[in-house]
Design a protein around this ligand. Structure first.
Ligand SMILES: CC(C)(COP(=O)(O)OP(=O)(O)OC[C@H]1O[C@@H](n2cnc3c(N)ncnc32)[C@H](O)[C@@H]1OP(=O)(O)O)[C@@H](O)C(=O)NCCC(=O)NCCS
Length: 110
């Protein structure tokens, strides 16, 4: 079953969402060859067990089939837990791409 938020995203935006019992991610295709993971969330009891990586892997697999060659992720330093978010992106093999006020973008070739 999809959540009401998923229904909203699908109706109102071009963004996509993957929902599992453990967590969800929203993502967006950025033409011509990039996919951007916007939000990634894993329920606390399921954390530190590879769930986020598994969700990211499934986005990457779909994106590669759609011709993507680059993955983007971002961190908002002022958000709660942003240092952990940063660690997760680095653990996933992402590199710094650019930054602006309170917004850091990471990238990875896929
Ligand atoms: C961030 C979040 C999605 C990680 O989910 P998770 O299922 O625990 O992550 P995984 O188990 O797939 O871990 C992926 C990698 O990040 C590392 N990692 C995960 N949480 C970490 C933490 N709190 N501190 C340091 N490293 C962490 C893991 O060790 C793993 O690295 P490895 O492959 O080298 O072992 C989850 O903690 C969460 O939902 N947090 C709140 C929302 C949030 O901050 N989202 C932004 C993510 S960019």
């Amino acid at each position: 079953m999809t959540s009401m938020y998923a229904e909203y995203l699908t109706e109102k935006t071009e963004d996509k969402i993957i929902e599992t019992p453990m967590g969800f991610a929203t993502y967006r295709y950025v033409p011509p060859d990039t996919v951007y993971i916007i939000d990634l969330y894993v329920r606390p009891v399921y954390r530190k067990n590879g769930a986020a990586s598994t969700i990211a892997d499934s986005i990457v697999e779909e994106a590669k089939k759609n011709g993507c060659k680059k993955l983007l992720g971002s961190v908002v330093p002022s958000n709660k837990g942003s240092t952990n978010s940063l660690k997760v992106l680095l653990a996933y093999g992402m590199s710094l791409q650019s930054s602006s006020t309170d917004f850091i973008i990471f990238e990875k070739d896929i």
